[in-house]
Design a protein around this ligand. Structure first.
Ligand SMILES: Cc1cc2nc3c(=O)[nH]c(=O)nc-3n(C[C@H](O)[C@H](O)[C@H](O)COP(=O)(O)O)c2cc1C
Length: 153
């Protein structure tokens, strides 16, 4: 069975909307393709290296904080980067970001760390400012569905 791991920091209703849309896209993709897919979600402050090693692909979600990704997602990377470096290369991932004042630093940080890990981007990131619109939620849904479907083909 393929396993998608969602690593997210969700501190507010707007980030919760994005998380729920991405999760729904991933779960629905597995159901519609009639293949077994386990979608595991972990708060970024709780994810372990074992969770990351046990997954086949990743969906990351975070707000921008102080010009970077959230401290929670950075903590997650700090926790699993070296333990997973040798074993997770070439695995697919996607990410969504929410911010209200500029998300460039967060985007740069995620790109740099995932490049270091050797992960392969399976879909364009979804980046939202302010209240997520219907389109934004649909983009999150598609992000989840695309990363999940890539694990099943
Ligand atoms: C301490 C702190 C720092 C933040 N720094 C940034 C930032 O650098 N760039 C940005 O776009 N938003 C920043 N924000 C806004 C958060 O990204 C935003 O609160 C989060 O995405 C949730 O969105 P919401 O408050 O509209 O629900 C910051 C928020 C906090 C609490």
């Amino acid at each position: 069975m393929a396993r998608l791991l969602i690593i997210h920091h969700t501190p507010s209703p707007h980030t919760q909307e994005m998380f729920e849309a991405a999760l729904d896209g991933a779960v629905t993709a597995g159901r519609e393709l009639e293949q077994e897919l386990e979608v595991v979600r972990r708060a970024a402050l709780a994810v372990t290296a074992s969770d990351v090693l046990a997954a086949d692909g990743y969906l990351l979600g975070t707000p921008a904080n102080l010009g970077y990704m959230s401290g929670a997602l950075k903590h997650a990377f700090d926790t699993f980067y070296y333990p997973c470096l040798d074993s997770t290369r070439a695995r697919p991932f996607g990410y969504y970001l929410h911010g209200n004042q500029g998300t460039e630093g967060a985007e740069r940080g995620i790109e740099a760390i995932t490049t270091g890990l050797g992960w392969v981007k399976a879909a364009a990131p979804v980046i939202v400012s302010g209240p997520p619109s219907k389109d934004d939620r649909e983009h999150c849904w598609e992000l989840g569905a695309t990363v999940a479907a890539g694990l099943l083909s």
